[in-house]
Write a protein that binds this ligand. Structure first.
Ligand code: COA
Length: 332
């Protein structure tokens, strides 16, 4: 039996901070509204010349160093993103070229903010089927490149960032690693969170740009209602697949979209503040990067002791949702 284990982790956020007070100068909003409705106080924004693949690269270098391996030692580079440097080729191909002189498989996984969860599920399948020995799963989004900073309903929510994990094969049942994954999608909600322009349905034109169709559009209330149901379902289904229940949770690391969505899940599962990792106040919603950023922070704070049962759960555009259940520990 082959087990999929974690050997390295890294994360990256750009330097520039955009605070709620900065946003007050840009749109008709205020710090009190943003904090009370979302829990967000500030977010990081990439500079104009900093790309999604640049951020993925910084996080990946840290993850590879943490794992003690070189880019050339990988078999596969997966990148979860919704804001690829270019529509094609993939951000993963660009990242692969920077990490390794040796060619290897590379592709993007696009599944809204659930993308990193999807990509980990792919990596686990590749490893457990013995197709791969070592997979880098990066997550990077530059949502600031598709946010309309004149639209107060979305401008306050999002930030930029990246994370990466190295997953490897180990023989035997093992004591740590990825225990289970759960993925789901319901495309009937496709228009609730969408970048309408620039794809094949509405190719870029003067009209699409003038109409702002290249910006992200969101029906906030509907997405909120979906999220408060989807995240708990993802947690419960992931645990069920691992033969566990919510009583076994040591830590929940939820997608950092909104403090109220996180708190609803915390209350539903009777988890304490200590058991739920939150950093949405400092980074906003960094899309695919939010869970690896929170996981890496919790690790550096010394909160995740080896053997802890950690559930990662996300939801996003698609609509998509899913979870990863991990027995924490680095098997280097
Ligand atoms: N500042 C001040 N007022 C704002 C505002 C802002 N940034 N954004 C919206 N408002 C106003 C609205 O215009 C509305 O005013 P009205 O009552 O006069 O019409 C009022 O605040 C309430 O808006 P509403 O959209 O009902 O607020 P809400 O409590 O639903 O909160 C979200 C909005 C976006 C914070 C919330 O719906 C949410 O978090 N949704 C989920 C989003 C998400 O997670 N997306 C990512 C998925 S990966």
């Amino acid at each position: 039996m082959v087990q999929c284990v974690v050997t390295g982790l890294g994360s990256y956020v750009p330097q520039r901070v955009l605070s709620n007070h900065d946003l007050e100068q840009m749109v008709d909003t205020n710090d009190e509204w943003i904090v009370s409705r979302t829990g967000i106080r500030e977010r990081r924004l990439a500079s104009a010349d900093e790309t999604t693949s640049d951020m993925a690269y910084h996080a990946s270098v840290l993850a590879l160093r943490d794992a003690g391996v070189r880019g050339e030692d990988l078999d596969f580079v997966l990148v979860a993103t919704n804001t690829s440097d270019t529509v094609f080729p993939s951000t993963a191909a660009r990242l692969q070229a920077r990490l390794s002189d040796r060619p290897m498989a590379a592709m993007d996984v696009q599944a809204g903010c659930t993308g990193w969860i999807y990509a980990i599920a792919m990596a686990k399948a590749l490893i457990e089927s013995k197709a791969c020995m070592r997979v880098l799963v990066a997550a990077s989004d530059k949502l600031s490149s598709i946010v309309d900073y004149h639209d107060r309903s979305t401008a306050v929510l999002f930030g930029d960032g990246a994370g990466a994990i190295v997953l490897e094969a180990r023989e035997g049942p093992g004591t740590v690693g990825v225990l289970s994954t759960y993925l789901n999608a319901d495309g009937r909600g496709a228009e609730l969170l969408v970048q309408p322009g620039g794809g094949s349905r509405e190719p870029a034109s003067h009209e699409t740009v003038d109409g702002g169709l290249h910006f992200l559009k969101m029906s906030g209330n509907e997405v909120f209602r979906f999220a408060v149901k989807a995240m708990p379902e993802a947690v419960e289904e992931g645990l069920k697949r691992a033969g566990l229940t919510v009583d076994d949770i040591d830590f929940l690391i939820p997608h950092q979209a909104n403090q109220r969505i996180i708190d609803a899940a915390m209350r539903q599962f009777h988890l304490s503040e200590h058991q739920v990792v939150k950093n949405v106040s400092r980074y906003g919603n960094t899309s695919v990067a939010s869970i690896p950023l929170a996981l890496d922070e919790a690790r550096h704070e010394g909160r995740l002791l080896p053997g802890a049962l950690v559930v990662l759960a996300a939801f996003g555009s698609g609509l998509t949702w899913g979870s990863v259940v991990l027995r924490w520990g680095m098997d280097r």
